[in-house]
Design a protein around this ligand. Structure first.
Ligand SMILES: NC(=O)c1ccc[n+]([C@@H]2O[C@H](COP(=O)([O-])OP(=O)(O)OC[C@H]3O[C@@H](n4cnc5c(N)ncnc54)[C@H](OP(=O)(O)O)[C@@H]3O)[C@@H](O)[C@H]2O)c1
Length: 253
């Protein structure tokens, strides 16, 4: 890159200046890194999560405008939160709970309904609660995965739960227009959630395996996903679509 090109790119305007970004599940991992990235682009950020102390630490870290501690799977709490926001919202990223990996035959009917519907219900409740507060051209982004596309005994219902998200996202984008709706499908991302599935040694071994096998020869981190999330917020041509970010993980064994 030439000096002239550098000078041009360093003069660009922050892309989210004057906009408000809400992170449902914003005190750790992908949500927190997206808050940081959005702040870097000039946005005000509002963080939510369940653990108030972790939330306050995260809020100080990224200089958040405000925080709210509640369980996002509680639809009434979610509605109270959005109703209580003073200003219009431009973008919402929904992270929150991870999948559960239980053998199919060990699940009862309620667990099956929950596993299949959890992310859809959460996404819908956020859409319902946030829609009236969002500016046209704003965006709602959900988190899904590429890992579940491979069928494996270890994944249980997680593959089926993952598969419903792209058509759900596209259908919701039609109903919610002109607010845009997109889905990020991630592979392994190095976050506290991923770490919770491994022992310390097991986590390091998994990272090393990924460094060796992934086409990108490195582990995908939350900042990588945050960059994609902010791109989905700022590019107003994008809606109804699913964006993979897994370093090529789905194409290697
Ligand atoms: N990490 C990966 O490899 C990966 C891959 C594909 C998809 N994803 C998906 O991406 C999302 C975020 O993952 P992550 O790795 O960033 O997770 P993380 O590091 O555990 O962070 C999750 C965030 O969401 C909050 N949260 C969790 N459950 C919540 C609930 N019921 N209500 C409100 N807030 C809640 C957490 O705070 P509190 O615990 O204090 O509530 C935290 O702020 C998840 O849906 C996950 O399934 C992750």
């Amino acid at each position: 890159m030439t000096t002239a090109t550098n000078a041009v790119s360093s003069r660009r305007e922050p892309e989210l200046l004057g906009q408000t970004v809400v992170l449902i599940g914003g005190s750790a991992g992908i949500g927190l890194e997206t808050a940081r990235r959005a702040r870097g682009e000039g946005a005000d950020v509002v963080l939510t999560g369940r653990d108030p102390e972790r939330l306050e630490r995260a809020a100080r870290d990224v200089d958040a405008r405000s925080t709210a501690a509640f369980d996002a799977t509680d639809a009434a709490a979610l509605k109270r939160f959005f109703d209580g926001l003073a200003d219009p919202i431009d973008h919402v990223l929904v992270t929150g709970p991870g999948p559960s990996y239980v053998p199919l035959l060990e699940m009862d009917a309620d667990q099956v309904r929950q596993a299949l519907g959890d992310h859809v219900v959460l996404g819908l409740e956020v859409a319902r609660a946030a829609a009236g507060r969002m500016r046209p051209g704003g965006s709602l982004t959900f988190m899904g995965g590429t890992g579940g596309r491979k069928i494996s005994r270890d994944l249980g219902l997680a593959s089926a739960a993952t598969a419903v998200l792209p058509p759900f996202t596209a259908a919701l984008a039609l109903e919610l227009a002109p607010v845009r709706v997109n889905l990020i499908a991630a592979g392994f991302v190095d976050t506290p959630l991923s770490a919770s599935y491994f022992s310390a040694d097991g986590l390091e071994a998994r990272r090393e395996e990924l460094r060796t096998t992934l086409p990108i020869r490195r582990v995908v981190g939350p900042a990588d996903v945050a960059a994609l999330a902010v791109a989905l917020m700022t590019n107003t041509a994008l809606t109804g679509a699913t964006y993979d970010i897994d370093g090529g993980q789905q194409f290697v064994s």
